[in-house]
Design a protein around this ligand. Structure first.
Ligand SMILES: Nc1ncnc2c1ncn2[C@@H]1O[C@H](COP(=O)(O)OP(=O)(O)OP(=O)(O)O)[C@@H](O)[C@H]1O
Ligand SMILES: [Mg+2]
Length: 330
């Protein structure tokens, strides 16, 4: 059976640069998928591609099959019908996403009335119910507040209420809790997780925080320089990271290091930075890789499929070399 979301060989280009290069992953109702990777690895562009919100001058390639339709190449009009209703997104900074001159109630009501045939009174009642759903106390009174009257955590809850207003099948949270302090962050994540269950949504969580991934995600996709370089169950990936980049990422995360017993890499920090990927041959992690070989300079490593949905784009990982039954998945 097809998945709710099947992204295959998705790419994004600007001129000669290609910041997203043939990424594939899938998501299903009720599943929390995390996408991690360092700054500039193409996470947000991938998310914007899913929302049909890529900049006008971007070239998108490949397929984003959502509920049976390919979203790549749909007209703006068709995308607008899907966006906000079937696929919704919350961003890092709620103050810039909320309109400061409208009450939070009006902003929720606006979204409801774009996508659903409700009277103003019905929409207002739904908006109050949504504020309740995201645990805003005294929703009936707070609905007439302006964004500046709410704390950062409350504003992020309002953003979530707007995002889930039309029961989307897929919710994308791009660094949605990064700006919040740790306690509030945990509450917002708990809320997202509750909504995932209650509304049976697929949730894509984009984050730098591996601790969050370990605690909340069902599956994790690791991106590096525009490619997916590893995927698997968080417990397995963090316990035994295969790709040298994932290993480095974990070594640099002290909190997780205490919880997982992965082999200790030589890196406490990954040296260097993402190199400009335009026209580059070979593995993009090679300049920073502690186990690079000469062949890495000429061939882009293909993803190798392992049991339990694990994938890794490096043929020189001992766990891979040992296994006879692996198959390249392109
Ligand atoms: N509008 C644009 N025009 C040209 N290049 C862009 C544009 N938007 C993003 N890029 C490039 O694409 C690359 C990936 O960007 P993206 O925002 O997806 O990274 P990210 O993984 O979300 O990073 P971060 O963790 O910092 O949010 C970046 O190197 C960036 O320079
Ligand atoms: Mg980003």
């Amino acid at each position: 059976m097809a998945n709710l979301l099947d992204v295959s060989n998705f790419s994004v280009g600007f001129g000669s640069a290609e910041p997203v290069k043939g990424v594939s992953f899938s998501a299903n109702p009720g599943e929390m998928l995390a996408i991690v990777g360092e700054s500039g690895s193409g996470k947000s562009l991938t998310a914007l591609g899913l929302m049909g919100l890529l900049p006008r001058h971007a070239r998108a390639g490949g397929e984003i099959r959502f509920d049976g339709r390919n979203l790549v190449g749909l007209s703006e009009r068709e995308l607008r019908r899907i966006r906000g209703r079937d696929i919704a997104m919350i961003f890092q900074e709620p103050m810039t996403s909320l309109n400061p001159v409208l009450t939070i109630g009006d902003q929720i009501i606006e979204v409801l009335r774009i996508h659903e045939d409700l009277s103003r009174r019905q929409a207002r009642e739904r908006a109050i119910a949504l504020l309740d759903l995201v645990s805003i106390p005294e929703a009936r009174r707070r609905i007439d507040d302006y964004p500046h009257q709410l704390s950062g955590g409350m504003r992020q809850r309002v953003m979530i209420a707007i995002a889930v207003a039309c029961n989307p099948k897929l919710l994308i949270a791009d660094e949605a809790t990064t700006a919040l302090d740790v306690t509030i962050q945990a509450q917002v994540l708990q809320l997202l997780d509750n909504l995932r269950v209650q509304l049976n949504m697929a949730v894509i969580l984009i984050t730098h925080d591996l601790g969050i991934v370990a605690q909340w995600a069902d599956r994790v996709v690791v991106m590096y320089a525009g490619r997916k370089i590893e995927e698997g169950l968080p417990g397995e990936v963090f316990d035994r990271p295969y790709h040298p980049y994932t290993n480095g990422l974990l070594s640099a995360s002290p909190r997780l290091k205490a919880d997982y017993h992965y082999r200790d890499g030589p890196l406490s920090e990954i040296p260097g930075s993402i190199v400009s990927a335009a026209g580059e041959k070979g593995c993009s992690f090679r300049p920073r890789c502690p186990v690079a070989r000469p062949a890495c300079a000429s061939t882009v490593p293909q993803l190798i499929a392992l049991p339990a949905g694990r994938q890794v784009a490096c043929p020189y990982v001992p766990a891979i070399a040992e296994k006879a039954h692996v198959a390249s998945v392109g």
